[in-house]
Design a binder for this molecule. Structure first.
Ligand code: 0O2
Length: 214
């Protein structure tokens, strides 16, 4: 009986994770369509790269324990909204907001929560625009809404976040104060770089337009 129950639980867990994988794929397709259409319409690709990940079973268990919630599928579904994650890395900050708008205003997307860490960076300097959305997934048994966390950021923000993540991991979360300070300064420098690159880009576009008009 115990083995049959364990197998049933395993099957349930696999089905549970599959729903998130499908949700993630729906979001990836939407982003990919936006990228292709935008490139054709405006002769410009605002997306540098897109990556996706499903939270590992260990990651889910760790978060269940950290949040002190019941290890029940319905509770996890409600409380842990970043099991499926898609990260959209854009060239410039304006592209980040443009993509966010184009994606979140789609009729079948329900926005559950927005966290704008660009307007208000985290104390350590982390910047990104997060949207937790629900996307419908059509299964043989009917449609289900699946939550997906979509992070929009620039290449500079992504560069910083990936280094910070590695350092955080290396020190098991206990990063020495002087490194934390340096990282925060580096995040501000990345923010500055984003502004400069965007100005440069706009200037190049204006010069280009003047040449075409002349
Ligand atoms: P991974 O490896 O990307 O999956 P919580 O999820 O409860 O810890 P909260 O407030 O619900 O926190 O979520 P938040 O802070 O809006 O976003 C969490 C995700 O954003 C993280 O996922 C990271 O991807 C990213 N993130 C947030 N803060 C930082 C930061 O200071 N540094 C870096 N590098 N990334 C950050 P995970 O699950 O922690 O990690």
């Amino acid at each position: 009986v115990a083995i049959a129950q364990a197998k049933q639980l395993r099957d349930q867990f696999q089905r549970f994770l599959r729903e998130y994988e499908f949700g993630m794929r729906e979001v990836e397709t939407k982003i990919s369509i936006l990228r292709d259409e935008f490139t054709h319409m405006h002769a410009y690709n605002p997306i540098e790269h897109v990556s996706s990940r499903l939270k590992s079973p260990d990651g889910i268990v760790e978060k269940v324990a950290r949040k002190g919630i019941d290890p029940d599928f319905d509770v996890i579904r409600r409380e842990i909204t970043d099991i499926a994650g898609v990260r959209v890395t854009c060239s410039f900050v304006t592209d980040v907001y443009r993509l966010f708008e184009l994606f979140t205003r789609q009729d079948d997307i329900t926005v559950l929560m927005v966290k704008d860490y660009i307007a208000e960076p985290k104390p350590n300097g982390y910047r990104s625009l997060h949207a937790i959305v629900e996307v419908p997934v059509f299964l043989s048994t009917g449609a289900i809404p699946v939550p997906v966390e979509v992070q929009f950021r620039t290449i500079a923000m992504d560069f910083w976040a990936s280094l910070e993540h590695k350092i955080h991991y290396k020190f098991d979360g206990r990063v020495p104060a002087h490194l934390v300070q340096s990282l925060t300064e580096a995040a501000d420098a990345a923010g500055e770089l984003d502004l400069r690159m965007e100005r440069l880009h706009r200037e190049a576009l204006e010069i280009n337009h003047r040449v075409i008009e002349a």
